[in-house]
Ligand binder design. Sequence first.
Ligand code: BG6
Length: 486
Amino acid sequence: MQLLPTFDLILFGGTGDLAMRKLLPALYWRFACGQISSDSRIIGTARSELTREDYLAQVRATCETHLGEDFSEKTWHDFAERLSYSKVDAKNDADFAGLCGTLEGREEHIRIFFLSTAPNLFAPICEGLARHSVVTPKSRVVLEKPLGHDRASSAEINERVGAIFEERQIFRIDHYLGKETVQNLLALRFGNTLFEPLWRRGHVKHVQITVAEDLGVERRADFYDKTGALRDMVQNHLLQLLCIIAMEPPATSDLDAMRDEKLKVLYSLRPLVGRDVLAKTVRGQYKAGAAKGQPVVGYLEEKNVPPNSTTETFVALKVEIDSWRWAGVPFYLRTGKRLQERQTEIVLTFDDVPHSIYDRPDHAHALNRLVIQLQPEEYITLTVLAKSPGEGMHLKPVNLSLDFSQTFKTRSLDAYERLLTDVVKGNLTLFMRRDELDAAWAWIDPIREAWERYDEQPKIYTAGTWGPAAASALIGRDGFAWRNEL
Ligand code: BG6
């Protein structure tokens, strides 16, 4: 594993949910694997008055929880020496002065400002850094999603951040792009000739993308209630997965080649506007039910959720792509919290045989399919019909499976480990370009506007189910079913 160049990583939102659950454990892993040099530094910042010891105690606790048996006293000791804490309130210039003082004399190193804060702080933080002249040519800024709450606010953030950092220095994260199976999906599509001729209309009947979570809103109700599933998940993760499935083969593996192709997909999405939105989307909100066999409260009873909130915790959509490759092939997307299982998968269902000379098993028309599962397991399965042993020609579905954990015994990198190392290396391929982000918001905004205009209330579903019945009807109207309903 290649040693990364020395860096200072300044983590804004350093005590937040993402920092604690993902970023700091990811940095610990990379350190444990010997990728982080001993003169690199990680500086957590947040608004609270904390001593370095307080902060270290929090980071240690989270690393212990997330690393489990892989946590080592010795590694922690060395890792902790790289860590410090600085109190920064983005609205307080004196705090910036304190933080910036700690960076002095290290201008020759890579400097990463990771903004894991509310998006309305992105521009003020960058402007604070610029006022204190700590943005060097070797600096990078990492912006966590969501970047704004609509197209206009995202444009404003991009404008203000862009006045301080050049585009090559701006890393807009969508951690789904860093997931191992997404990388494998690219390998599957562009490392083999097998699928390419079939990867289009005329062979693919429809595509499903499901990102189901069994968790509720956890500690993030404040953020989530203002955001909702459409902005939290669809605008970014689901659209990015759709782009990876639907894009044309990039000409090279160069930075912009893939981003150009993804952008073309976003431009080809048929706009969902006005009343069409009501026919092609479903909003849902969970009520009390069960998760993992235990009773759980409904969204409206969650801590910090207003009792009359109409925020959606579930969305399903029918998406059409106006391109030569995909015209007439519907893409069904759904995502939600407190669903029956944690499951992220992409399913391509292929056309049925034009004429069958054998008896067909139930659902035969939906069985020729490719399932790419990202979570909880990482595998790719191609289901085909084969003869079942014995007399007569009885066809049964069988799976040709590639299970990554069985095939490759090495631990795969968590998405944030990959993306953080890419930031240090300056590799932007897996990060969103400004025009991509803008195109995604331009497609999403009219959906939300139509929900507001027609007062589309969320449909209530019980926690622990697969979402509102209307989501089954959305796909059922076209004669298809979600894979879990077959
Ligand atoms: C985040 C969302 O971007 O992705 C969360 O803000 C969601 O609401 C999370 O829970 C899901 O990520 P993963 O990697 O656990 O599927």
